[in-house]
Write a protein that binds this ligand. Structure first.
Ligand code: LMR
Length: 396
């Protein structure tokens, strides 16, 4: 029956995690998957989340179904977090709770594929690997626009803008509002203005993917581009994830928001999103969303959580400084300041796939084959070892 099924080659990020867990070497370091670990190398349970979790556990609430679109209080709290003072009126905004950011991408992709036949999405080169899988899986053709310049280790801004300016009206364009995965290279504010000008002039449809709000500058600054589209009346899709910023990976908490500048359209968009959810998995799970809703809706808990996000952001920044300083000391003829210019959890090292293999095989340091490292996996106990391993492979 199944003899025609080929073996699965594995996922470039998730399979690496499995390999790391099987590795028995005591000094191994996991810089593969994008998971934030604290200064002791543990995945934190944020105290704000923990207190809500305990309060929820004390009440025997029934485990009923959520509606297809998810928990009402959660959806409201998410809109408030994403859009702040610019939160659009309900006739302009459709929000559904989803299975993490990936679920939001999938629901959005399915919706577009159903109503915009033979869709193409332009994704940055490079991007998160699974963007390709999710959109192609939903029937999209994927095309790339220039994003990263390997020479400057910065943004290939002119080429990016020229490509966007050449796209047909209605083209779907995937944009990372902050902390670009995998490069950590983000447009500056003036560059965002030009990107959004181009989107507006060409009538493009942005699909924002936001997994790291608050990890670059702040919760508000990091969504400036999204809010600017609201202010200008540009329609867009926005997937967001609470995996990293609430440290709730396994709870699969995310949302998909669709901004509809023309009044009256959001109700139909929401209806079609509900149908898409129903056909995929019926309705989302409850517990993680309840915790996020409670934290975001309570002033004191929200302030506490904001401080926790800031603490994570600052710790990662500190690790960037330590890693680049130690690399500089070990390989003085090379420049590692690019690590300080990147935002978010990831460092795009410029290491080749062969060098990444050596890092893993010879030193037990796991990174993604693109050369991406998760800086949030570094701590004072392993950064020297990682710097030594990286400088070892760089010296040849
Ligand atoms: C990553 O990029 O490592 C994370 O977003 C985890 C994943 O699902 O790939």
């Amino acid at each position: 029956m199944f003899s025609h099924l080929p073996p699965y080659a594995g996922d470039p990020i998730l399979s690496l995690m499995e390999q790391f867990l099987r590795d028995e070497r005591p000094g191994k370091v996991n810089l593969g998957i994008g998971i934030y670990a604290d200064g002791q190398g543990a995945i934190p349970v944020l105290p704000s989340v923990r207190s809500v979790d305990q309060a929820l556990a004390a009440v025997a609430a029934p485990y009923t179904y959520l509606p297809m679109e998810g928990h009402a209080g959660y959806r409201q709290a998410v809109a408030q977090l994403l859009f702040g003072a610019d939160v659009p009126a309900p006739e302009h905004l459709a929000v559904v709770q989803t299975l993490g950011g990936s679920g939001a991408l999938k629901v959005g992709a399915d919706l577009i594929a159903r109503f915009f036949p033979q869709p193409t999405i332009w994704i940055p080169d490079p991007t998160w690997d699974n963007h390709i899988g999710i959109f192609e899986g939903a029937g999209f053709k994927t095309e790339r626009y220039p994003y990263y310049d390997a020479q400057t280790k910065g943004l290939a801004f002119d080429a990016m803008l020229a490509k966007l300016a050449s796209l047909p009206k209605g083209a779907v364009v995937l944009l990372h509002p902050c902390c670009h995965n995998p490069t950590g290279v983000d447009p500056m504010r003036e560059q965002w203005v030009q990107i959004i000008d181009t989107v507006e002039q060409r009538g493009l449809l942005p699909f924002f993917d936001l997994a790291y709000q608050g990890f670059a500058e702040s919760l508000d600054e990091d969504v400036w581009a999204v809010r600017e589209c609201v202010r200008r009346g540009i329609a867009f899709f926005l997937s967001n994830s609470f995996s990293k910023i609430f440290s709730l990976y396994g709870e699969r908490v995310g949302a998909l928001s669709v901004f509809c500048p023309q009044p009256g359209q959001a109700a139909n968009v929401l209806g079609q999103l509900k149908l898409t959810v129903r056909r995929n998995y019926s309705s989302p799970p409850m517990h993680g969303a309840l915790m996020v809703a409670r934290v975001l809706s309570d002033a004191a808990l929200r302030a506490q959580w904001q401080a926790e996000v800031e603490q994570m952001r600052v710790r990662v920044r500190d690790m960037r400084i330590k890693l680049s300083a130690q690399l500089k000391a070990a390989v003085p003829d090379r420049d590692f300041d690019f690590l300080l210019r990147q935002n978010g959890m990831f460092g795009y090292t410029g290491l080749s796939a062969a060098q990444v293999d050596r890092l893993r095989d010879e030193f037990g340091v796991y990174a993604v084959s693109s050369g991406r490292i998760c800086v949030a996996g570094l701590n004072d106990g392993n950064v020297a070892r990682v710097a030594e391993a990286m400088s070892g492979v760089l010296r040849g």
